[in-house]
Design a binder for this molecule. Sequence first.
Ligand SMILES: Cc1cc2nc3c(=O)[nH]c(=O)nc-3n(C[C@H](O)[C@H](O)[C@H](O)COP(=O)(O)OP(=O)(O)OC[C@H]3O[C@@H](n4cnc5c(N)ncnc54)[C@H](O)[C@@H]3O)c2cc1C
Ligand code: FES
Length: 256
Amino acid sequence: MKKFIHDFEVTHNHHITDDYFAIYLKCPVSLPQILPGQFAEVLVSNSTTTYLRRPFSIYDVDYEKNVLSLLIKKVGDGTVALSKLKEGDALNLIYPLGNSFSMPGGKKALLIGGGVGIAPMLLLAKLLQEKGFKPDILIGGRTSNDIIEPEKYKPFGEVFITTDDGSSGEKGMVTQHSLFSGKVKEYSAIYACGPDPMMKAVARVAAEHTIPCEISLENTMACGIGACLCCVVETIDGNKTTCIEGPVFDTRKLKL
Ligand SMILES: Cc1cc2nc3c(=O)[nH]c(=O)nc-3n(C[C@H](O)[C@H](O)[C@H](O)COP(=O)(O)OP(=O)(O)OC[C@H]3O[C@@H](n4cnc5c(N)ncnc54)[C@H](O)[C@@H]3O)c2cc1C
Ligand code: FES
């Protein structure tokens, strides 16, 4: 897929909580098609300590307004600098990068996002609904503060929530949700993005029930275009770059 590099204009920087924000960016030309799971490499020019671009999943796309958004958790200098951008500021993106989620074999799919890992699930839920699928969307977090904009997903499927401390939804990890003791066998595909332990647990449960499962990996990246090999992941077919051959991988292929 062709990649682009553009200076976007910040139209809105929405501070959702102290830790999370969604930044809305207007493209100077018509946006190309962006597939669920794809990401952008962002140049953080307002930070003097962030030398390399930072990768973020594309959260949402509005082709009519020519605006895309990123959902970001503040974890270090780069993300804190991005949180300070204001309406009218410019932000340079290389996009759309990486592969995307594939469509399920049957009608029912389960989408799982842990914390900010929920970001790529919005475009996926939209696309699945457009194609006539009925996704269930399971959002997990440590506390209710990590359940970000769950209402955005409601038009596209049924939303379920878990938190480690039980402050929102069911108490426990996503794989302990009652969906996994009940209707899990109905799913023809599971898609997930989140912290490594969660990805491993989801892959294990999917394998137990022989359900195809794709996860989006958030490995540390530098170039984002296959040149530096810092994002390599081990698969049964040899080493693969997360930025070019991922970030989405079939869990049956990964050496987790
Ligand atoms: C394909 C892809 C998609 C991503 N999508 C999103 C997204 O939609 N929203 C979002 O908030 N983040 C996303 N990330 C993670 C994001 O890129 C990092 O959080 C960001 O680069 C951190 O930059 P920083 O300068 O603020 O932090 P740094 O100063 O670089 O690091 C601060 C701390 O965060 C840790 N960290 C850095 N990168 C990662 C990472 N990739 N995963 C886990 N911990 C990390 C570091 O180990 C360190 O402890 C994605 C990563 C990848 C590879
Ligand atoms: S980030 Fe450089 S090869 Fe993937």
